[in-house]
Design a protein around this ligand. Sequence first.
Ligand SMILES: NC(=O)c1ccc[n+]([C@@H]2O[C@H](COP(=O)([O-])OP(=O)(O)OC[C@H]3O[C@@H](n4cnc5c(N)ncnc54)[C@H](OP(=O)(O)O)[C@@H]3O)[C@@H](O)[C@H]2O)c1
Length: 302
Amino acid sequence: MILVTGGTGSLGRALVDRLLQNGDEVRVLSRKNKLRQAETFIGDITEPKGLDAAMREVQVVYHLAALVDHYASPETLHRVNVQGTVNVIEAAIRNGVGRFIHCSSVSAEPGGGTTDYGKSKIETERQLKTYLDDIPVIIIRPGPVYHEDRRNFRRFLTFCKRTGITPVLAPDVMVHLASRKNVIDAFFHARNHGTPGNAYAVCDREPIHRSTLSRIIAQETGGRLITLPLPVLLPFLHIGALLFEGMHHTFGYRPLFNRHYLKVLTRERAYDVTRTRKDLGFESACTEKDFRESVQRCLGAR
Ligand SMILES: NC(=O)c1ccc[n+]([C@@H]2O[C@H](COP(=O)([O-])OP(=O)(O)OC[C@H]3O[C@@H](n4cnc5c(N)ncnc54)[C@H](OP(=O)(O)O)[C@@H]3O)[C@@H](O)[C@H]2O)c1
């Protein structure tokens, strides 16, 4: 039996499908959502008591459950991402699980951890490494995942299609995206490969300029590329971010963006996947062609 925490999420659902296709028995842990295709165990990773029952007869745990939220407070992120993971691994050890595959993020790569979410991922990895005498832990660090199911991706493409405009912010900045298919392949591979305690970045074959991504979107939506002058806009965006953050603290409104988000947007990102290739034995097959196909599928599906 394989337990997938976060199996109802965007990555988790795809992993569950892949495992089922392989003929595996799969159980999903979720707070409230039932999956039709797999056995679902209702539980919360912040409540350690309920987790033992979810581990019954489990050989491998894929731990994907997390709060993926750049606006959550450091305390909430710690409670769910760090303490929640500790609860899951301790339940796995108590119940004799043979392998723990943890989903981290490239936010934990060198130079990362600039956001509270990223810091929670780094701290989680640190904590996990203290359990290596009790259970083999493999850590996968996906890059920013793209897939046609992602709501923000769909919304952005809809905007570009409707307005005939594809805005480009920070065109020279490199980003290192990860196709969802690629990330799922890496998870699958990690069942039998990799060195316990090691972390592996999983991204597409090459990093790509934001301008290239925008050009692909403009070509597929039939729109015009408009480059926004970032050095001129940045001070205004910072003021906007401060206002949004103030409204968030005072009224609880979810901000459109905050200062963390601006950092992420303008940061150069290219990750070294040498260890992933040599030690995990996993090589990404995905390139900008996969990004284009994802855009096409998303536009076709609307
Ligand atoms: N998306 C990306 O671009 C990206 C990039 C790098 C790494 N990652 C990592 O990939 C993993 C999955 O991300 P995703 O994009 O698939 O996220 P998602 O769609 O937001 O799904 C989050 C999952 O976590 C579960 N969850 C959250 N809090 C929980 C709790 N207290 N107890 C039990 N389950 C809980 C949710 O289950 P229920 O709501 O059903 O309870 C849901 O299945 C995360 O660890 C994330 O940090 C994501």
